[in-house]
Write a protein that binds this ligand. Structure first.
Ligand code: MRU
Length: 362
């Protein structure tokens, strides 16, 4: 795992590493101050790690959950149980993992994919050890595919970035969030690699501060110029003509292109549209939920109020204040200039371009 600054841009810091039989997560709660690993090998620990945001970012959550399910397959294969019981318990583990965070659809995508492979191998192989081994291979494949997917979509995205552009981004859609290279930050990496000289305005992203903690850190490692701003400053910056393009990630994209992402993304898209600054989403096809027709049906996670009433362990409001803390919002498709995917940049009408991309991926 790379932690030092380097001149060349590599895939960035992976949120997950395998240490023999163990699955170790970079504890993103402590970055950029401490680089600590969290052992998430057991199902309980992986469920905790996802819900407490040791690992976060839609694609990374999906990959981590796939490893959580594979590790559970290994554990169960060492018990003396029959295959139907093995599959039943794994299915329960899948349901538990999927409930840890409700908005990011990649979690469901990755665990369903892994479970289907396990069921298939259950028919092909008699012993549980072989099935568990295949499950672990599948989780590794999902990880490798993410890195490749992110690189491809970033190349498409880099085509959209003007030379010397100031790019605004929200939350963290870098290697930490996307399991290698990044999505929104991946596009910026690729633009930098092409010599386009991008610089980045980074929203701090209250209440969890993924921007000020993680995005600034990742850009610093890649020596890409970054300026930290509060979430409320985008209007002022755009009115002054200081932002040429906005790129964010997504946690779930409906069939009509409405996109859920970190709370505050919608505000940013409205401000960008008012100022005629193009607003793009960068996300893999696995972030598209074809079962959901519009953003109205995307479940929005609500998190504990203490994320708002305190900052770094210090209270910032009165005791007992009423708090509303939705973790995500939905940007309507009509505010999105394009969705950057590994199948190319999807354009309106999104019902058609998304359906075509899903067909291409099959
Ligand atoms: O609550 P988080 O930190 O998991 O939210 C993450 C985001 O909203 C990201 O922008 C999104 O998952 C895209 S990550 C490539």
């Amino acid at each position: 795992m790379r932690v030092e600054s380097s001149q060349e841009l590599d895939i960035g810091v992976l949120p997950l590493v395998l240490d023999g039989e163990r699955v170790m997560l970079v504890d993103q709660r402590h970055l950029p101050f401490k680089l600590e690993m969290f052992d998430a090998t057991s199902l309980d620990d992986m469920c905790f790690a996802i819900s407490d945001m040791v690992v976060r970012g839609a694609p990374s959550i999906g990959v981590a959950a796939a490893f959580g399910l594979a590790c559970e397959a290994v554990r169960l294969s060492e018990q003396s149980i029959a295959k139907p019981e093995f599959l039943k318990q794994l299915d329960e583990a899948r349901v538990r993992l999927q409930a840890t965070r409700p908005t990011a659809v990649n979690l469901r995508w990755a665990t369903d994919k892994l479970f289907q492979e396990i069921e298939q191998h259950g028919q092909d192989f008699p012993d549980l050890q072989t099935i568990a081994k295949k499950a672990m291979e599948c989780a590794k494949r999902i990880l490798d595919e993410h890195i490749e997917t992110n690189r491809i979509l970033s190349e498409f995205g880099a085509e959209l970035v003007p030379r010397d552009a100031a790019i605004m981004t929200h939350c963290n859609a870098g290697s930490l969030a996307a399991c290698g290279w990044g999505t929104a930050l991946g596009v910026i990496r690729s633009a930098a690699l092409r010599g386009l000289n991008p610089s980045v305005y980074v929203d701090e992203t209250r209440p969890r501060n993924q921007g000020s903690k993680l995005t600034v850190w990742e850009l610093h490692q890649d020596k890409i110029p970054a300026t930290l701003v509060c979430d409320s400053m985008s209007g002022h910056l755009m009115a002054d003509g200081k932002v040429q393009i906005v790129i964010t990630g997504a946690d779930r994209i409906a069939a009509n292109g409405d996109s859920a992402n970190k709370i505050g993304t919608y505000n940013l898209a409205v401000v960008a549209n008012y100022h005629n600054v193009p607003f793009y989403i960068a996300a893999p096809i696995s972030t598209i939920d074809p079962h959901i027709q519009s953003g109205k049906s995307i479940p929005i996670e609500e998190r504990h109020g203490s994320e708002i009433t305190s900052f770094g362990g210090t209270n910032t409001s009165m005791d007992g204040v009423k708090v509303y803390n939705p973790a995500f919002d939905v940007t309507p498709a009509k505010l999105i200039a394009g969705i950057i995917t590994e199948c190319g940049v999807l354009r309106p009408p999104y019902e058609e371009s998304i359906a075509a991309a899903l067909r291409q991926k099959k």
